[in-house]
Ligand binder design. Structure first.
Ligand code: PGA
Length: 250
């Protein structure tokens, strides 16, 4: 497992407002006293400036939910790495299943976004995960390995600088969580794949995401290859998010 403590990342998705963010972030900050894991929150781009100022001086780091594969120029609607860096963004989620599903992102797109993020000083959180149909067809391992292989192939030895998130699509926002055993078995496959690509695979944090909550976080985080979590719904409620952070701080 990765050596430097659990990494817990909130993925707010397309939620929030100036008022709601201010209250959520202030509630999270006031509960951080007993939290010793690494923490980041990934906000919608328009709120990064607000969050940067509210989180200044705290242990909570800032993330984005996507990043452009291009450096700059005529790409209407895109947000570049350099723009994110202007707001002290440390992480960017790349290849979330919602972007693969609704925005046509392919394994190649995800690999290029990963490459751009690494070149631009942002740690990409690369998401992989199978659909329910793929799991039922026994294709889970093949699917996640194919998704990660393209990223490894495109990024060479820099691969030790990424974060991976295993998010089974059928567990996202559904209340269905993969069992700790299912999660560990996929994480072990991903770890082995990283080990074959880099001497520093132990540095890569492999997060689990998909209906992680206060009740199931501890048993998932106890698995040897689960280095943290990517938390959607439960990261929008300060009390729930803080309980998960405490489970990650034992
Ligand atoms: P969820 O989302 O925790 O609401 O299932 C996780 C994610 O999609 O990152």
């Amino acid at each position: 497992m990765s050596m430097s403590g659990k990494l817990m990342v909130g993925n707010w998705k397309m939620n929030g407002s100036l008022a709601a963010n201010a209250s959520l972030l202030s509630d999270i900050l006031s509960g951080m006293g007993r939290v010793s894991c690494r923490v980041a929150v990934c906000l919608p781009a328009p709120y990064l400036a607000q969050a940067q100022s509210l989180l200044a001086g705290s242990a909570v780091e800032l993330g984005a939910q996507d990043v452009s594969a291009h450096e700059s120029g005529a790409y209407t609607g895109e947000v570049s790495c350099a723009m994110l860096r202007d707001f002290a963004v440390r992480y960017a989620i790349v290849g979330h299943s919602e972007r693969r599903q609704y925005h046509g992102e392919t394994d190649a797109t995800v690999a290029h976004k990963t490459q751009r993020a690494l070149a631009g000083g942002i740690t990409p959180i690369v998401c992989v995960g199978e659909s329910l149909a793929e799991r039922e067809a026994g294709q889970t391992e093949a699917v996640v390995k194919r998704q990660l292989a393209t990223v490894i192939h495109t990024n060479g030895h820099c691969i030790s600088e990424i974060v991976v998130a295993y998010e089974p699509v059928w567990a996202i926002g559904t209340g269905l969580t993969a069992t700790p055993e299912q999660v560990q078995s996929v994480h072990a496959v991903l770890r082995a794949q990283l080990l074959a690509a880099t001497a520093h695979a132990e540095r890569v944090s492999i997060l689990y995401g998909g209906s992680m909550n206060a009740a199931n976080a501890a048993s998932l985080l106890d698995q040897p290859d689960v280095d943290g979590g990517l938390i959607g719904g439960a990261s929008l409620k300060a009390a729930d998010f803080l309980s998960i952070l405490k489970a990650a701080s034992r």
